[in-house]
Design a binder for this molecule. Structure first.
Ligand SMILES: [Zn+2]
Length: 328
């Protein structure tokens, strides 16, 4: 739950986005009006049409209850609106150059979407909320240095290269089928072979689509939800976190296997994995553990959920982080 202060901070962020975008639109308009005389003429024309229509409406006895004057004014304004777009493109601007600008068109930078039966939080609001609750900013930082634009194949050779390409092709399948099939990904292999890199790249692409994404070190999150709650507040925090883990549209668990090993943690992991499969929500897991160790450590049921529902990608090769240092 957000505190009142956090909620107000969000509202300030949205207000400043709206201000910034309104200023940008105003600048664009001034620029176009001053550079394109034909556009200025159309602006003046639409001003006159709107004003005349208003005058007509305010006249006491027009004898025109059918609003035909208003209708024709509306048609005229629509004609001018289309003409303005043409003038923009003729002068090398995009047709929508003077449309309202939004960081998030879905909620028009308000944070909320009107569903007709009330308003719900927009995905952009939910993502900020997750950011506050779980230090999510780390993911946005990680995406800057881990994204598909920075992909390099030349750290791999021979069989490692084939495995890497196979993993990439699985990432593509994951991204292409995310909405309809809720795919899952498992990356496994030794340290420094690109597992976290691919997990973060994939998460970044999903984040760009406006989905809610949670990225955790598996050790952090599993130890947190399996920890002993000292008081009611901590208990509530654990419950909230469990709820987020079973609701976020994409969950990334990085470096599974580095957490404390006990049966309670293993059963928590099963709950998360299983619930997400049942709900049709995607999960990405990376681990240094070989598959047989994954099985012996987390039980057969965890193992079978993963192998039958995940695109499994093995990665091998020399430690990329080491090679990067050596090749510098
Ligand atoms: Zn939004």
């Amino acid at each position: 739950m957000l505190t009142n202060g956090q909620y107000e901070e969000f509202m300030r962020i949205y207000a400043s986005r709206r201000d910034r975008n309104a200023r940008l639109l105003k600048q664009r308009r001034e620029e176009v009006v001053s550079c394109i005389p034909a556009f200025r003429d159309l602006e003046e024309m639409s001003g006159r049409v709107a004003l005349n229509a208003l005058r007509q409406q305010l006249k006491p006895d027009t004898g025109d209850p059918g609003d035909s004057g208003t209708m024709s004014a509306r048609n005229e304004l629509e004609r001018i609106r289309i003409k303005k777009r043409e003038v923009l493109t003729e002068n090398g601007y995009p047709a929508d150059y003077l449309d309202p600008v939004y960081d998030c068109p879905d909620c028009r930078d308000t944070g909320f979407i009107d569903t007709g039966r009330g308003r719900t939080k927009c995905h952009c609001f939910r993502q900020m909320e997750l950011g506050i609750l779980y230090d999510h900013s780390r993911l946005s930082l990680l995406i800057k240095t881990n994204n598909f634009d920075l992909l390099r194949e030349d750290y791999y050779e021979g069989e490692s290269l084939l495995l890497f390409r196979n993993a990439l092709s699985n990432c593509r399948t994951f991204l292409d089928t995310f909405d309809e099939a809720a795919p899952n990904l498992l990356f496994y292999g030794p340290t420094g072979t690109g597992k976290s890199f691919l997990s973060i790249c994939t998460a970044g692409e999903i984040l760009k689509r406006g989905k809610t994404v949670l990225y955790f070190s598996a050790a952090d999150v599993l130890e947190k939800i399996s920890g002993y709650a000292q008081n009611a507040e901590e208990k509530q925090q654990i419950q909230d976190l469990m709820k987020e883990l079973s609701e976020t549209e994409l969950l990334v668990l990085d470096d599974l296997g580095t957490e404390i090993n006990n049966s309670f943690i293993s059963s928590r992991l099963f709950t998360i994995i299983n619930e997400r499969i049942l709900k049709g929500l995607s999960t990405v897991i990376s681990t240094n553990l070989p598959l047989d160790e994954l099985r012996s450590r987390y039980s057969d049921r965890v193992f079978s959920r993963i192998t039958s529902n995940y695109l499994v990608c093995k990665l091998t090769g020399p430690d990329i982080r080491m090679s990067k240092i050596i090749r510098k």
